[in-house]
Design a protein around this ligand. Structure first.
Ligand SMILES: [Zn+2]
Length: 276
């Protein structure tokens, strides 16, 4: 599933190749994604210039003067950009082609849990769109720090690992990132979130930003169902320090990495380096 780092990598690739270009034509081959792709998308976008692509959580926001094209990749979605505008023959899972001046963007999504929606500027700020309004604080935004994490975890008796995955305290921290960040911060993943003091919350916030930053630099964080806009696969799982490495030596202390299951998701950690 494309997680925050992959979506950010896709955003960067698409921005480089598409910003400032005008849409020529839109071809929708399959409207039935998670919600129907608007029938009028072609007339809405033709001749309009894509000004900028932003990201909010795992949503890509393609900004035009008269509105925002909202894209979510669901479980298996991806955008491929063909810089010369020449795409190979369409496959069964290719659902939308956006033709630009000298570039083509193709949306592929085998399981069709993704979404492609139009938000007209006349309807107000896209940040208040029902899909976006309730998203938690972004870990890569300046507002995310230890004190925010501290506030958001007060009174929570669930483990810090599960609170991170829930998205209640911060949005966009997925399973690999949670294990790696807790290792980086030296925090036992089983600790009740509400027991963490301000200093450990500050360490954890820093670790989350660092791990996400590294994942983005490395091109994403999962190897499955994902390729960035230029088709290269994400490599981050290969560089994980604890994730998927149970039985291997801890890179810090040399003790074996352990695997436990929390909320039906695997957690990898070092019982010596990570404290309650
Ligand atoms: Zn260790």
């Amino acid at each position: 599933m494309p997680e925050l780092p992959e979506v950010e990598v896709i955003r960067r690739g698409m921005s480089l190749m598409l910003e400032g270009r005008a849409v020529r034509t839109v071809r929708v081959y399959q409207r039935r994604l998670r919600w129907p792709v608007p029938r009028t998308l072609g007339t809405t976008l033709a001749g309009r210039t894509l000004q900028r692509i932003d990201r909010r959580g795992k949503y890509l926001l393609c900004r035009f003067e008269h509105g925002v094209l909202i894209s979510h990749l669901g479980m298996t979605g991806s955008w491929r950009i063909y810089p010369d505008g020449q795409a190979p023959e369409r496959g069964p899972h290719d659902h939308v082609d956006l033709s630009f001046d000298a570039a083509l963007a193709r949306l592929t999504d085998p399981r069709r849990f993704g979404a492609l929606l139009w938000h007209a500027a006349a309807k107000g700020d896209v940040a208040r769109h029902p899909l976006l309004a309730s998203l938690g604080v972004e870990p890569l935004e300046p507002g995310f720090d230890g004190s925010l994490l501290y506030q958001a975890t007060r009174g929570r008796s669930a483990s810090i690992k599960q609170v991170l995955l829930s998205g209640l305290a911060v949005s966009g921290v997925a399973n690999i990132c949670a294990s790696e960040s807790l290792f980086d911060a030296g925090i036992d993943p089983r600790v009740p979130a509400g027991r963490l003091g301000p200093r450990r919350c500050a360490r954890l916030a820093g670790a989350i930003r660092r791990v996400l930053g590294e994942a983005i630099d490395a091109g994403g964080s999962t190897l499955r169902d994902y390729a960035s806009a230029d088709g290269t696969e994400g490599q981050y799982a290969l560089q994980a320090r604890v994730y998927g490495r149970d039985g291997s030596d801890c890179p810090v202390c040399g003790r074996p990495i352990r695997r436990i299951v929390q909320g039906q998701r695997a957690t990898y950690w070092c019982a010596r380096c990570q404290r309650r």
